[in-house]
Design a protein around this ligand. Structure first.
Ligand SMILES: [Zn+2]
Length: 381
């Protein structure tokens, strides 16, 4: 079969939007970013939760929010309303990344600061744009690895309740083996897979099972949005194991949220997964950059807490299981709109880690060697 022959060619290669590449060529890699997406559904003003009998999950709608908020919701982000967008965030435009020229500028900054590859984990339902990703890759020389799979429930297909694990698996496998839509551009990683948990819903469970089966069939790694709340992450990993999945092919994203819980982190790492700090730099704006100061420990930011936890995990010997990224997904995360874009880690965070004592080979491990180990496809089953 054609698929078997082709899948053999994938083994040991990183699958980018411009085709297979050797792992040695990927360089410094951001493991969880977004270039183009539509996140508006997640930030509707005054969300209304509607429970419908017979539906396993509530519908979330906000068509009926107060009229005066409509004007703000529908306004465009500009220099005058940046503070409003950052503070209460009722401006829908903030949740749209759609401008290719802006994307090229921002990615060029990453390239100039030593970057090599960006993993774009924009999954199904978020208006993924394979062809735009390929054009940005051509324009900047940066490799892009594209995601697939199912994100949080508001982005699930309308008929998610009726979908079977087999059906979801087929969709994900098709994105990885044939390509997304009619583009022929293949996903190179499965995720971000949305699991908010508390509790893990039936549809989230189906999505985890389907992602695991697709990972086993194709050899692609899996990357999670959270993977549940707190220790619930173990339940998600149990689901992966119950499908025969390899936890060494699993990345737990947004682990910044459990950076304070070192015991939980160690337990999860002991199971073989990768722990990813991917909200790095989020709280900084161009004006606040000087606050990233190793001498000033009075009021720690999320990014500074991440750095301390990373240092501790390295001390425990887990440097081969740590991954880094920014999760750029709003306009206000971009430099053009006052944020730090895709180059905060290379320009600011890595020098900060060096200052607090992290060794150069450990930085190499987290930014190059670990991505180089987890992204290449393994043999499918
Ligand atoms: Zn994300």
């Amino acid at each position: 079969m054609g698929f078997e022959m082709d899948s053999n060619k994938d083994i040991g290669k990183v699958i980018t939007v411009r085709g297979r590449v050797q792992p040695e060529s990927i360089g410094v890699t951001l493991m969880h970013e977004h270039l183009f997406l539509d996140l508006r559904k997640n930030h509707l003003p005054h969300p209304v939760v509607v429970n419908i009998p017979g539906r396993s999950e509530p519908l979330i709608t906000s068509d009926d929010f107060p009229a005066t908020e409509l004007q703000i919701w529908e306004s465009k982000i500009d220099s005058k309303n940046l503070n409003l967008a950052n503070a209460v965030a009722p401006i829908s435009d903030n949740y749209l990344l759609t401008d290719e020229n802006v994307a090229i500028d921002e990615v060029n900054d990453f390239q100039k600061s030593g970057g090599g590859t960006i993993v774009d984990v924009t999954s199904i339902g978020l208006k993924r744009d394979p062809e735009a990703l390929r054009r940005v890759s051509q324009a900047t020389g940066i490799h892009f690895v594209m995601g697939t799979g199912y994100y949080q429930k508001v982005f699930h297909p309308e008929d998610m309740d009726e979908r079977t694990v087999e059906n979801l698996t087929q969709e994900i496998v098709r994105d990885v083996t044939i390509g997304v839509g009619g583009t022929g551009i293949r996903a190179g990683v499965i995720g971000e897979i949305g699991v908010n948990g508390n509790p893990i819903t039936f549809n989230e469970e189906k999505s985890v099972r389907a992602s695991t089966r697709a990972s086993l069939l194709t050899g692609a790694a899996m990357t999670f949005h959270r993977g549940g709340t707190g220790a619930e992450r173990h339940t998600t990993l149990d689901l992966v194991v119950s499908e025969g999945g390899d936890l060494g092919r699993v990345i737990l994203g947004h682990s910044d949220e459990i950076a304070d819980d070192l015991e939980l982190m160690k337990e999860l790492l002991d199971r073989g997964v990768y722990i990813q700090f991917d909200l790095i730099g989020r709280e900084f704006t161009v004006d606040s950059i000087d606050s990233l100061d190793p001498q000033n420990k009075s009021d720690l930011s999320v990014t500074e807490k991440d750095a301390i936890t990373i240092q501790k995990l390295i001390d425990y010997g887990f440097e081969d299981r740590i991954l880094l990224s920014h999760d750029v997904c709003w306009k206000t995360h971009l430099r053009k709109y006052g944020g730090f874009g895709y180059s905060f880690i290379t320009e600011k965070f890595l020098p900060y880690l060096r200052e607090i004592g992290v060794q150069e080979y450990q930085i190499n491990m987290m930014t190059i060697e670990n991505p180089k180990r987890v992204l290449p496809f393994v043999a499918g089953v």
